[in-house]
Design a protein around this ligand. Sequence first.
Ligand code: NAD
Ligand code: UDP
Length: 319
Amino acid sequence: MKRILITGGAGFLGSHLCDRFIKEGYHVIAMDNLITGDLKNIEHLFKLEHFEFYHHDVSKFIHVPGELDYILHFASPASPIDYLKIPIQTLKVGSLGIHNCLGLARVKNARVLIASTSEVYGDPTVHPQPEEYWGNVNPVGPRGVYDEAKRFQEAMTMAYHTYHGLETRIVRIFNTYGPRMRLNDGRVLPAFIGQALRGEDLTMFGDGSQTRAFCFVDDLVEGIYRLLLSDYPHPVNIGNPDEITIKEFGEEIIKLTGTSQKLISLPLPTDDPKQRKPDITKAKSILGWEPKVSRAEGLKITYEYFKSLSPDDLHRMAH
Ligand code: NAD
Ligand code: UDP
């Protein structure tokens, strides 16, 4: 039986990855310090023989007994609200955290896949963004703590590959959504749906002309699964290229939820990227992957999830 360590395993993406690897017959070890994650995301796995949870900060030395075949490094605050609140921890998990994972991988002779991000492209001047684009990041702006941590993480991972011959994979994840996002994580989808559910106006930042392209979580997980098992060590974009302005997105959420509230405009955060859309040519040709779930389908599933939360959970995740 293959054994896999998933850091950030109690988070949104990490918990979906735990589910997928359990389904594929792996022994899954989730590691998380719960700084932005939630045990509720994985509590359904606790009763399984082949699932373990370690409450641990991966920026500190990692000890895992037994063999390991794979390590997925997903631990990191991921939403602007989170990484602006805990900037130093964000920098540490992207630097010390990945160093610990890579060191552990050498000892165990394991393959490492890291969660990088479209934020390595910053506020991109090339559109859509192919992997060859080096990006446009402001290292000392507020988002620099996240973007530069992820860029360092890529460099460190590539160095272990080049100089130590370690098997490594790098996925550049574009905006992903789905069940188990935190309603109060500040990202646009939970923000808008949460506001609609509470009967508040939807807070659009700026004039809403900035664009994003949203990928449903199941599609992302499939792409990551294929990348891990591939032999490709260079970065691969995984995302859904169906681009939309934030204003149009807000209008879609208003329609989906049937809310009588409206979009209101608040100031645009500093360095908010004006446009973003993945070029997925590589994922298509190397992994035979492309997204299957349309935004309409994915939004419906996600809205049903938020509606099904208990009043206690809704209250806990309100602000
Ligand atoms: P999330 O906040 O739900 O999950 C992150 C998890 O990491 C949380 O459970 C958190 O408690 C844990 N964590 C953070 N620091 C830790 C530490 N030092 N030690 C142990 N655990 C720690 O966020 P997510 O959306 O699931 O993102 C997961 C990963 O994917 C992140 O690395 C993020 O940068 C990356 N990513 C996500 C997206 C997206 O759209 N969701 C896009 C690009 C990249
Ligand atoms: N955004 C918004 N209202 C919100 C939250 C976000 O208009 O309540 C905007 C934000 O300014 C950005 C886009 O939505 O232009 C996506 O933001 P998110 O934080 O989800 O992701 P990221 O900026 O990291 O792509």
